[in-house]
Design a protein around this ligand. Structure first.
Ligand code: GLU
Length: 456
């Protein structure tokens, strides 16, 4: 048996383009990418587009778009598996010629009947010259096919239980496990890193590789992602695809960090790391065996940390492009000033606009907020605040803080009794950046106008 030597690492991400790139798929892509980048190896992108109905150009584009957003760049590809079908057919012919594959006209019912007779053992067919018969790979009767898995250790599959499986349909169409094995061999893949759900395919692919006399790569099957409730990750748990993460306002670097830490052995899942650090510290051997929990609340927290650490200009750019995607366009300088006071308040890009929109638009109309904080007793305080604001000079956050604090103390009030009404008056809501920052950013004129409107 031959196994991959210690040649330079060549890994691949091989998505089937059936729609959006799911978070589990993104994790698989990331781990492959980290392995390549950490070893000076090569990251190959192969689109497994043999299902012609589902593999629409739009679906392919969605995957590529998601990888680009995650900033996972590939060195080779995208290759199309479908376009390699002649290579797959050549391999099938070679296998037939070598006598390790054969044509067999048996139907599914024939196979069932055979199994009933043979105590449910792996099906063995009878070679035939019949045109239009499917092609099966000859599986050894004894021994086992062992998948040496980096994460799970050796996993054995007894050959006697394995059917001589179909590698080409009667019309010559190559089947999935044949195509994957041929592609992995011809692309010189040294390490196959993919989801656990593929483990049952692996012995078949190993059998094809051996029949072809090709090197068998190392395998690492990643445990599936689950939600915090222990159930398989799905839409129920919040964002399920990369596109949804982007729309929800996560930063690609935070997503990479969080996904890298999932199932990363002993490390907890709250360590902030730059991408360089991830590349340096990632190792597939450290990925744990138990299923990893994807908890969007943790990602959100981590994203907030990344957002706070961005330089203001980058932060402003990120917010601007998020707003643009949502159809909101505002002036760069005003946006930068608004971002300056909101930067440590938002955990996602999507949370920024609700915090700063009062600087660009009239206050929103939140009836509950008004009912709660613009009661007659509040209006009395607000009138006092108006007088202070009219006189505060310079109209900056520090001076405003000083004067308004003095006002609160003189009247013996609680800060909340003064600041919440003021906040509701200028923003319409109860959430905003710091009150002194907010008032200063809005400016005296607009602040007084809004306070007057509220007093009306
Ligand atoms: N095309 C498969 C999928 O999207 C992955 C196959 C593989 O990585 O070997 O699930």
């Amino acid at each position: 048996m031959s196994t991959a030597s210690n040649d330079t690492v060549r890994v691949r991400f091989a998505p089937s383009p059936t729609g959006a790139l799911h978070i589990g798929g993104a994790r698989t892509a990331l781990y492959n990418w980290l392995m390549a980048r950490g070893s000076g190896g090569t990251f190959v992108l192969r689109i497994e587009d043999t299902d012609r109905e589902r593999s629409t150009p739009e679906n392919v584009e969605q995957i590529i778009d998601a990888l680009r957003w995650l900033e996972l760049d590939w060195d080779e590809g995208p290759y199309s598996q479908f376009e390699r079908r002649e290579r797959h057919k050549e391999a099938i012919d070679r296998l037939i010629e070598a006598g390790v594959a054969y044509r067999d006209p048996a139907t599914a019912e024939d196979v069932l009947a055979w199994k009933a007779e043979h105590g449910n053992r792996g099906y063995r067919g009878t070679p035939s010259d019949e045109e239009g018969a499917a092609v099966r790979l000859r599986v050894p009767d004894d021994g086992e096919t062992v998948v040496e898995d980096v994460i799970r250790g050796p996993v054995s599959f007894p050959n006697a239980a394995q059917d001589d499986f179909v590698i080409a349909r009667g019309d010559g169409t190559p089947l999935y496990n044949l195509a994957v094995a041929v592609d992995d061999a011809e692309m010189g893949i040294t390490d196959v890193v993919r989801g656990d759900d593929h483990l049952s395919n692996t012995p078949k692919q190993v059998l094809v590789l051996r029949a072809l006399g090709a090197d068998v790569p190392r395998y690492a099957h990643l445990p599936l992602l689950h939600g915090p409730d222990g159930k398989k990750l799905s839409k129920r748990h919040g964002a399920a695809s990369v596109q949804e993460l982007r729309d929800a306002g996560y930063l690609p670097e935070a997503v990479r960090n969080y996904l890298a830490l999932l199932g990363w052995g002993t490390e907890d899942d709250t360590t902030l790391m730059s991408t360089e650090e991830l590349i340096e510290r990632f190792s597939i051997e450290r990925v744990g065996r138990s299923s990893a929990i994807f908890d969007e609340r943790k990602l959100r927290w981590m994203n907030g940390r990344f957002m706070r650490e961005l330089p203001l200009d980058e932060y402003t750019d990120a917010v601007a492009s998020h707003l643009k995607a949502a159809g909101v366009e505002v002036g760069r300088d005003e946006l930068r000033a608004a971002c300056a006071i909101a930067q440590d308040k938002a955990q996602t890009l999507a949370e920024v606009w609700p915090l700063i929109r009062f600087l660009f638009e009239p206050p929103v109309d939140d009836e509950k907020a008004r009912a709660k904080f613009l009661k007659p007793e509040h209006l009395e305080n607000l009138r006092g605040v108006r007088a202070v604001l009219a006189e505060t000079d310079p109209f900056d956050a520090a001076t405003l803080e000083e004067r308004l604090t003095a006002f609160v103390e003189e009247r013996g009030l609680k800060p909340k009794e003064v600041y919440q009404p003021l906040r509701v008056a200028i923003t319409g809501t109860t959430v905003s950046p710091g009150i002194f920052d907010s008032v200063a950013a809005l400016g005296r004129e607009r602040t007084l106008e809004r306070v007057d409107a509220a007093l009306d």
